[in-house]
Design a binder for this molecule. Structure first.
Ligand code: KIV
Ligand code: ZN
Length: 512
């Protein structure tokens, strides 16, 4: 039977200390309810003496929450403890979290004190808190940089005073995983009454090691972890709840489990990100936008054959509907087929090769191919373009005005027009407009070499606006005026194909 690791969530206390992340009482209540549904064991609801608003929030959470223990933070100060006890009055299960700095940095330069006096204050705070509640957690602030022998002495004394949980914070995120793990091992071996309390890990992420340190703590005997949703928290943040829950689920060899209902992770992650104005970075483990997104052809092919080729967690396990196979110019045929089939197309293998060539041309100019892009691609693949370029001639140079002559075939009927413009491309596009009898607004126009280096082909990406719709066009040619007209017609044909071509059908020049 594996050991239970208790999840102590401090999103509403350490997480909320981040500038710009402050929550209203109602928002805190919403998050607390979701934390309860997620299955956390302890909710650190706030630091009641810090403000009347914090006091009210802790009180409201105590009234609303049934299962998790509600915890309130204090310094090793009697007044703090009195106020915390008052705020916790309505909690069904309550805990006071009190403590003091134990590193020489804190002892000498923060408290201007000495180890013996700080030890005495810590013990006194635990005894004082015990007058109000049975469950008292002691934090040894900056334990990560504290002398292990003094830390052990302090921990033994506070357990003797009644602490039920002893928190060993790496407050500055300084420790290496091996160091933090060794610290917990040292306490397990040198604190004679350690069996009477639970060791808790509280790690900050200043060097990006919060999760690794917490896991090292668990591997050495800690059975509570202090975490936040999305890893938010002071500076670089705290250990992230979702990472610990999924590591313990994935690595059964650690022989530990949590009671987190992992399928609820993503909903809460999104809620916290929104409410706290802290967007989750795209590549954040477990909950980032790209955590289950595969974009290279080799990976996409592998995932489509067997998800486990490139995924160690099933996205549904954390509440994400499915892995996403992102279509970009680096995708292969397997990914293209997957999306086409999802959209209801069933291309034969020989057709897929042709569609893939077209796909590459379009995808090359875009970050990502959307379903709309694929629909256009497929409509073009199965339908002939209605508007085709037959001829183009441009005369330009100084001091002439550029003149373009364009010949189009529209549903097989040849139409011709001539136009002048402020440049050769402008003249050519105006000639197209005059044949179609329509006016498109050119919103974006980009000319690039087809490949880096000395390629002599130019590619043109453009976006045109028509009746409030935006249409992307792409064209390639050695002649950039020709590439521009191709791109223009590419976009124009989308309007003719995708939109019920009201304007086009109404126009006498394009017969349907
Ligand atoms: O990081 C820290 O040391 C803390 C304590 C107050 C628990 O947040
Ligand atoms: Zn902290």
């Amino acid at each position: 039977m594996s050991d239970k690791v208790f999840i102590f969530d401090t999103t509403l206390r350490d997480g909320e200390q981040v500038p710009g992340c402050q929550l209203s009482c109602t928002e805190k209540l919403t998050i607390a309810r979701q934390l309860e549904l997620l299955g956390v064991d302890v909710i650190e609801a706030g630091f009641p003496i810090s403000s009347p608003e914090d006091f009210r929030s802790v009180e409201a959470i105590c009234k609303a929450i049934n299962d998790p223990v509600i915890c309130a933070l204090t310094r090793a100060v009697e007044k703090d403890i009195d106020v915390a006890a008052e705020a916790l009055k309505y909690a069904k299960r309550k805990r006071i979290h009190t403590g003091i700095g134990v590193s020489d940095y804190h002892i000498l330069s923060k408290f201007k004190s000495n180890r013996a006096a700080v030890l005495e204050r810590g013990v006194a705070a635990v005894k004082y808190a015990k007058r109000y509640v049975e469950d008292v957690e002691f934090y040894a602030e900056d334990a990560g940089r504290a002398d292990n022998a003094f830390l052990a002495e302090m921990i033994e004394a506070v357990i003797r005073a009644g602490a039920t949980v002893v928190n060993i914070p790496d407050t500055t995120g300084y420790c290496l995983p091996a160091q933090y793990g060794a610290k917990i091992k040292y306490l397990m071996e040198h604190v004679s009454n350690i069996d009477q309390a639970i060791i808790s890990c509280h790690c900050h992420n200043d060097l990006g090691m919060a999760t690794a340190n917490t896991i090292a703590g668990i591997a050495n005997g800690a059975r509570q972890v202090e975490v936040t949703m999305n890893g938010i928290g002071e500076r670089a943040g705290n250990t992230s709840l979702e990472e610990i829950a999924m590591i313990l689920k994935t690595h059964q060899s650690l022989n530990c489990h949590t009671e987190i209902k992992t399928k609820r992770i993503f909903v809460l992650s999104t809620l916290v990100a929104k409410m706290m104005n802290m967007p989750v970075q795209a590549n954040k483990a477990i909950v980032g936008r790209n955590a289950f997104a595969h974009s290279s052809g080799i990976h996409q092919d592998g995932v489509l054959k067997n998800r486990e080729n490139y995924e160690i967690i099933a996205p549904e396990d954390v509440g994400i509907a499915q892995s996403s196979i992102v279509l970009t110019s680096r995708s292969g045929k397997a990914a293209l087929r997957y999306h086409l089939e999802r959209l209801g197309f069933t291309p034969a293998t020989k057709d897929l090769a042709k569609i893939y060539q077209k796909f590459l041309l379009v995808a090359d100019g875009k970050k990502e191919m959307t379903d709309d892009d694929l629909m256009v691609l497929m409509n073009q693949a199965v339908k002939e373009d209605r508007v085709k370029l037959e001829r183009l001639q441009v005369v330009c140079g100084q001091p002439l005005h550029p003149v373009a002559t364009v010949e189009l075939s529209i549903d097989g009927k040849i139409e011709r027009a001539c136009a002048t413009g402020n440049g050769p491309v402008n003249a050519a596009l105006l000639a197209v407009d005059s044949i179609l009898g329509l006016k498109f607004e050119l919103e974006e126009y980009l000319v690039q070499a087809m490949a880096n280096g000395s390629s002599d082909e130019g590619k043109v990406n453009m976006r045109i606006l028509y009746e409030k719709g935006q249409y992307h066009g792409f064209g390639v040619d050695k002649d950039i005026v020709l590439a521009s007209v191709k791109a223009y017609l590419h976009a124009v044909n989308k309007i003719a194909i995708i939109k019920a071509p009201k304007a086009l059908t109404a126009n006498k020049k394009i017969a349907v």
